[in-house]
Design a protein around this ligand. Structure first.
Ligand code: ASP
Ligand code: MG
Length: 419
């Protein structure tokens, strides 16, 4: 059996959903589990409802618009008014209930609200598949992927998930199973989410538990590219990539695949195809266990970076105990360092600019250090650099920090530069 994953852009309107259905039809007779994200920008819209609600502002028009967006898609897909419209109304009520939960834990509320985007999309897509003669079962991922209660970034209980998911194995041979990406549930039955853009990871979890033959992530790009083509039009598509290389690129910020996706697949040797949803004939990229002799330089841009420098104030040098203070302060806030460097009297690190957390970090570190910070930076990582790319990226104006190893060059620059 195989696992397919379609992201929000592939189900953003009726035409896109018809394309998804055509892809599934062309695989008729094969065992498939299909993982689907929320439609278009639904997850952002749900996040926005929470923000409005928290700010004590009315969210009813925005909720109306969101349900209206889904209703319009249902009307485009189905000739007759369909019981689905009623189901959409039910989800609308569930969103209201979740928004109005007693605010004991805002992350718990977030997961109850945001997880419903995937419920809306999969209800519509699976009903449409059935309507056009693809025999489909809608499966609730909240009953299949079991997690801890670390809301917004839940950790998988692999043992329990494996048991639940394997109960599906027989059905997959008879019907196409459509389920949600990104969501699961914890032991008290509350929904959890696996982190933004986490549907790729869900696909990998299902594939690993079912020992799938392969996973295919269908995207709006022709495959994994050597850089974001919107920034570097000369970017090329990789035909194949070793798992290790793909995992590292996601670590540096390449957004083509969610960073947690590769590990479960690599552990079981399950190949991952990244294919173009608009042009199924394109070969795409195959990520698997392989050795590629010479990979072209891979360039990853990560915007909205912040550089924090901690200087010792009393003529001592930076030493382990001080680095310990810095890392404890980072880890207690769940902040991840993207680049670090030290000199005799200062320790600098670059991280994603999460304003609230970083301000509280700076305040705490201010007790032990003199702290400076810059925002509005872009971290450029060039993996497998060659002479040309090494020179080009080092010789830019406004380089704030630079670091290189034998295979990887990283430069932190002020963002306004055009590249
Ligand atoms: N719908 C979720 C998000 O937008 C998960 C995903 O698309 O992978 O983050
Ligand atoms: Mg998405």
């Amino acid at each position: 059996m195989r696992v397919f994953k379609f992201g929000g852009a592939s189900v953003k309107d009726a035409d896109a959903i018809k394309k998804v259905a055509a892809i599934i039809k062309s695989h008729e007779g094969q065992s498939l589990l299909v993982v689907i994200s929320a439609m278009g920008k639904t997850t952002n819209a749900l996040e926005n409802l929470i923000k409005l609600h928290d700010a004590g502002r009315s969210h009813s028009q925005d909720l109306e618009n969101l349900i209206g967006y889904h209703t319009a898609i249902v009307r485009d897909l189905f000739d007759n008014p369909h019981p689905l419209i009623r189901e959409l109304d039910e989800v609308k009520i569930q969103i209201e209930i979740a928004l109005n939960m007693v605010p004991s834990n805002s992350d718990l509320i977030y997961d109850q609200v945001v997880s419903l985007g995937e419920i809306l999309s999969t209800k519509i897509v699976s009903a449409y598949f059935n309507e056009i003669g693809i025999s489909t079962l809608w499966a609730d991922a909240r009953k299949l992927i079991l997690t801890d209660d670390c809301y917004r970034e839940a950790k998988i209980d692999w043992g329990k998930s494996n048991e639940q998911i394997n109960a599906l194995a027989e059905i997959i041979n008879e019907k196409i199973v459509v389920t949600q990406g990104f969501i699961g549930s914890e032991k008290n039955g509350y929904s959890t989410t696996l982190g933004r853009e986490g549907s790729d990871f869900s696909a990998a979890i299902f594939a690993s538990c079912l020992n799938a033959e392969s996973v295919t992530i269908w995207k709006d790009v022709p495959g994994v590219m050597s850089a974001d083509p919107k920034r570097l039009p000369t970017a090329t598509v990789f035909d194949e990539l070793p798992f290790k290389e793909a995992a590292e690129m996601t670590y540096y910020g390449a957004s083509v695949i969610h960073p947690k996706t590769i590990k479960p697949l690599a552990n079981k040797g399950i190949p991952l195809f990244v294919k173009n949803f608009d042009n199924v004939r394109l070969p795409g990229t195959l990520i698997h266990e392989c050795k590629v002799d010479k990979l072209p330089p891979l360039i990853v841009f990560k915007d909205q970076q912040c550089l924090v420098s901690c200087q010792v104030t009393d003529y001592t040098f930076i030493e382990e105990s001080q680095i310990g203070i810095i890392f404890n302060a980072l880890s207690s806030r769940g902040l991840k360092v993207n680049l670090m460097q030290n000199s005799a009297i200062s320790f600098s690190f670059c991280l994603d600019f999460k304003e609230e957390k970083i301000m509280s970090l700076i305040q705490e570190l201010g007790k032990d250090f003199e702290v400076y910070y810059n925002t509005g930076l872009t971290l450029i990582t060039i993996k497998n650099y060659d002479e040309e790319s090494f020179e080009k990226y080092r010789k830019q104006k406004d380089v704030v920090l630079e670091q290189s190893s034998r295979s990887t060059l990283q430069v932190l620059i002020r963002s306004q530069q055009s590249l």
